[in-house]
Design a protein around this ligand. Sequence first.
Ligand code: AMP
Length: 468
Amino acid sequence: MLEIEQKYANIDPVDLRSRLARLGAGPEVVHVEVDHYFNAADRDFARTGEAFRLRRIGSKNYFTYKGAKQPGTLKVRLESEIALPDGDEAAAQHAEMLRMLGFRAVAVVRKRRASFPLSYQGTEVTVCLDEVEGLGTFAEVEVLAEQDQAGEAGAVLTRLAGDLGLTHVEPGSYLGLVLALQARTTRRESVLVTTTDELRSARAEARRKRLSIGFVPTMGALHRGHRSLIEAARSECDFVVVSIFVNPTQFAPHEDLSRYPRPFDDDVRLCREAGVDLIFHPAPEVIYPGGYRTFVEVTGLQDEWEGASRPGHFRGVATVVLKLSNLVQPDRVYLGQKDVQQVRIVQQLVRDLAVPVEVVVRPTVREPDGLALSSRNRYLDSEQRTKAVCVHRALTAAAERFTQGETDPATLRRVMADHIAATPGAVLDYAAVVSGDTFAVPERVQSGAILALAVTIGTTRLIDNLVL
Ligand code: AMP
């Protein structure tokens, strides 16, 4: 059976009850449902869209599995529910069995549900008025249907919602809403460690608790771009580690290593607010102790563009990402699309050296005028800041030309270069049009190719990119 449902927020319960009465709904049946949600050991339901819960209604117990939501506006998903033996003891035993199998308790959703059975336009539907602990009042319209009747059943639900005055669709699940609420209201401790021993023991403790680990490597001077990576890790992993380490080996001798911003207290505050569990802030000699000799190179991808302008940069990046990943041993590492060549190099490194980690890439976070957030933006004075928008404008101008049918990489490069040249004080380092896979210049530009720019304004070097 498929469960087809839609949830609505901003409910007026009095109005809803009177509309239901007018439509001839049956008497309401009220019960309190306590849903204990679990996540699997072999896959992450937050990513697959599945759900699994132990539902308790008084002394009754049920297991419910829900498949991923099928595409479309209504929530259509496979649902399977089985009744378990009654009682607290049976519920506890089943929960324990799940834990032994590696399932993890995620959250508990408690609600008072008033259900109204209703025959509407020849279809048996259920309307529920839910008071959800911590979230407020919602209505759900719901029907069970076989796959071949799903379309018609969905249309009936949409008409019914109209007749019930339900307009404010809530796309989230109660579980998702409760988790988001928890993330907003739970202030975490954010333990700060500086040595590899401390890090190892914190990580081992998390593993003992079977927590999945998300890792966000940074150089500090954190902003909303970093925060978006932390939030992604927070929502997908149980234990979030952020490293704050200005990695000396990725700076060329003439670069800004000593003046790279280090607002450490602000960084710790941001981590605490964003729900980071562990901050790793090693000194350079912790990562590169005396006698250190080993470096990683991702040949072919490291030498052009950023690599050409910053010799040795990617050797330093690849080395530190691998070393930090070996120390943290995360399930997932979170990177920003902002540093697209770095992303590609880390993906290659992970593949080539079979590093047991999933690389998650998150979109670039921008200022309202399009400037990509960067720790280096704070070097810009107000005049330079105004000019800095030329980087994103140049990228979007070239992207527009591509949309209009231009596929010659040289022409698209020229569009970007001309744009930068037209901004006094902005100096082009490179304008690249490359394949997303090889980072080589293609004969003809196709969707998925990358436009990348490096521009210096004053003494500040800015990079940005767009995927076509
Ligand atoms: P950094 O501290 O500059 O080494 O960056 C740490 C991580 O944050 C990298 O994965 C960057 O790609 C990512 N990052 C930096 N700026 C942004 C941004 N504006 N949007 C999204 N991610 C970003």
